[in-house]
Design a protein around this ligand. Structure first.
Ligand code: OGA
Ligand code: MN
Length: 294
């Protein structure tokens, strides 16, 4: 296994591995070490089935069943732990512009970390590219990643002290509300109540401090909503400056792994008349961020 750093702060390209074959414990350990150091790993030419992606991801922890897969009704993909990150419906047709699932998933275009609205959030995200749209005037459907440890390090010392113990409420209805999406299926508001999370976390694998920000982050607990929201906007603007960002241009067969605890990501626009089909597996954490030392 070989690593090549792709950005001055984080992100490495990994070569020399075939993830569709059996991956041994030493290789899993080596991949974890690379995740702890680089936060985002890029593999090319993998071409995994959903079952192979599931089995590979499960080597890194128990897998999440996401909000969309938890809904009743027919689904395009058979394995509930494989998230459908595509613009396709159950019959593989491009979703209409006003399709509710499409509008809900447009929330992914805002800078976020996955599932931070859950009381116990997630750790690794793994996206595998099955179909990639052609380049277009709107963009190429890149996924961008921002380095939250480097962003934390670059804060003024006084700001680090100011925000150290803050708790932030994360709410999926707030992130969707920002893009005007409010039509949730019945029962979903009750099923996904807001969760409190530490704003500054200690990243266990690197022992570095990191900002835990997300489009789901609504306000600071114990502060007037307006003050907290303004602070979160300022911190997000700081953390997503181009110097902290890597943009991934997808090729079919790519697998990108990221650590949700110390990065944010967002999808970029693309030609929506063409299929964009990514499959995602996500590993769960073991405890709330409130139980973790900062
Ligand atoms: C995700 C996500 C962005 C994209 O799958 O968690 O935010 O580029 N995806 O599709
Ligand atoms: Mn996401």
């Amino acid at each position: 296994m070989e690593l090549r750093q792709l950005h001055s702060f984080f992100v490495a390209e990994v070569s020399g591995l075939d993830l569709g074959q059996k991956v041994d414990a030493a290789t899993v350990r080596a991949i974890w070490d690379a995740i702890d150091r680089y936060a985002v790993l890029v593999f090319h030419d993998q071409r995994l089935t959903d079952a192979q992606l599931h089995d590979f991801a499960a080597l890194f922890g128990p897998l999440e069943i996401g909000r969309a897969a938890a809904r009743p009704g027919r689904r395009r993909l058979a394995i509930p732990q494989i998230g459908d990150i595509s613009n396709l419906d159950e019959d593989n047709r491009i979703r209409a512009r006003d399709d509710r699932r499409r509008l809900d998933s447009l929330g992914n275009r805002l800078w976020h970390t996955d599932a931070s609205y859950m009381p116990v959030p997630v750790v690794l995200g793994m996206l595998h590219a099955v179909a990639v749209p052609p380049s277009s005037a709107l963009g190429n459907g890149e996924t961008e990643f921002a380095d939250m440890r480097a962003a934390y390090d670059a804060l003024p010392e006084m700001m680090k002290t100011e925000i150290d113990g803050l708790i932030v409420e994360h709410d999926v209805f707030w992130s969707r509300g920002q893009i005007g999406f409010t039509e949730f299926p019945p029962g979903e508001r009750e099923q996904y109540p807001p969760s409190p999370q530490r704003l500054v976390r200690l990243h266990p694998g690197s022992k570095r401090k990191t900002l835990y920000l997300s489009a789901h982050a609504s306000h600071v607990v114990g502060w007037p909503v307006a003050d907290g929201r303004l602070l979160l906007w300022d911190l997000t603007a700081h953390a997503t400056q181009r110097t902290f960002v890597y943009s991934h241009r997808w090729q079919v067969g790519d697998l990108v792994i990221w650590d949700n605890r110390c990065t944010m990501h967002r999808g970029r626009p693309h030609d929506e008349s063409q299929p964009r089909d990514l499959r995602r597996a996500t590993t769960l954490d073991t405890g709330s961020t409130l139980e973790q030392a900062a």
